[in-house]
Design a protein around this ligand. Structure first.
Ligand SMILES: Cc1cc2nc3c(=O)[nH]c(=O)nc-3n(C[C@H](O)[C@H](O)[C@H](O)COP(=O)(O)OP(=O)(O)OC[C@H]3O[C@@H](n4cnc5c(N)ncnc54)[C@H](O)[C@@H]3O)c2cc1C
Length: 305
């Protein structure tokens, strides 16, 4: 296991923002995680789990903590069932599965980060979510050291939500996934098309954490306004946070180096050496404007450490 002291965290996040971690260790197995968490407990230090760093905002002052950084790609295939280490990169696994003629989850291609991060937040795109492919999740309790397999029904998945989001003491170590048999070339082509579509919509390669806010459930009148204007059906009575932000006049709003993206206003982007304080202040402004315009409260999707 690699242990480091006083490590800059900004390069480990897609926001490219944040101060140093007092300690960081790279973990590649459940055994490593057990050891790292035991060390943090022994030394009375807070621990923070970091996967791909694509849905987090690290404070400018850094973290007086042990950051447990999930790294490495490791999985095994049996037919189209995959048993994967939680640190495995989602896109790398989608590509590898396609080569093994397993797929069906190509719409998730291009979502940055690890399998563990994806399961914890039930990541999704274009109507597909990681929950659609999860059989079970193996997790380690940071408090008690217990290791448990959670069957799909116990994971309490819903829109950008899982049991693990509500219970951060459970650290995801392995995930079992079920895919379908597919044609390898067709699957790779589909994934490429999805990535191209994401690029066209400016959803890729930006210094952001993806959608900063979750799409909120809205009153019927606002849902109807959204549906009429966009000619799209709302799912679960939710409306896109980006649409609300634009309507509230906050598209392109700037605080310091942070901007509510002109292409996708729910992306708060590190445009010009933004600090975490800039992003938080911009988020507060956006929330105020949406509350004042619609009486709707936005909630962060990105994890604020
Ligand atoms: C350009 C861009 C586009 C994006 N597009 C999408 C999209 O289309 N759909 C979507 O859903 N998301 C999207 N995101 C957000 C992000 O990619 C997902 O939320 C992703 O699944 C986060 O995974 P991660 O490994 O990077 O998690 P991290 O950012 O490292 O961590 C996020 C949270 O999960 C926790 N966590 C991470 N690993 C574990 C684990 N093993 N056990 C327990 N907790 C863990 C962390 O402690 C933290 O609280 C996008 C982000 C970016 C930057």
């Amino acid at each position: 296991m690699k242990w480091l002291e006083n490590v800059s965290l900004a390069p480990l996040t897609t926001f490219q923002i944040g101060g140093p971690a007092r300690y960081l260790c790279e973990v590649r197995s459940e055994r490593d995680v057990t050891e790292a968490l035991a060390w943090a407990k022994e030394n009375e230090l807070r621990h923070i789990i970091l996967g791909g760093g694509s849905n987090v905002l690290v404070p400018d002052e850094g973290l007086d903590a042990l950051v447990v950084h999930f790294v490495g790609n490791l999985w095994s295939f049996g037919a189209c069932e995959i048993d994967t280490w939680a640190g495995s990169n989602l896109f790398t696994l989608i590509e590898a599965a396609a080569m093994g003629k397993c797929g069906g989850w190509e719409k998730l291609a291009g979502i940055p980060g690890s399998i563990g991060g994806a399961v914890r937040g039930n990541a999704g795109a274009f109507g597909s979510e990681i929950k659609d492919f999860v059989i079970s999740v193996r997790a380690l309790n940071a408090g008690t050291g217990e290791i448990r397999a959670f069957q799909h029904a116990e994971c309490d998945f819903s829109y950008r939500h899982s049991f693990f989001k509500e219970h951060p003491e459970w650290v995801i170590t392995r995930v079992r996934l079920r895919l379908q048999q597919v044609d390898a070339t067709e699957s790779a082509k589909l994934a490429e098309e999805i990535i191209a579509e994401r690029e066209r919509r400016h959803l890729q390669n930006v210094r952001a954490a993806g959608s900063y806010f979750m799409n909120p459930v809205a009153p019927a009148g606002i849902v109807a306004q959204f549906e009429a204007e966009k000619g799209a059906r709302s799912r679960e009575h939710r409306v896109p946070a980006g649409w609300l932000i634009e309507k509230a006049g906050m598209k392109g709003a700037i605080v310091g180096g942070a901007i509510a993206s002109l292409q996708h206003p729910n992306y708060l982007v590190n445009q010009n050496a933004a600090s975490a304080a800039d992003v938080r202040a911009l988020a507060a402004k956006v929330k105020d404007a949406v509350r004042a315009t619609f009486d709707i409260e936005l909630h962060e999707e990105a994890a604020l450490f």
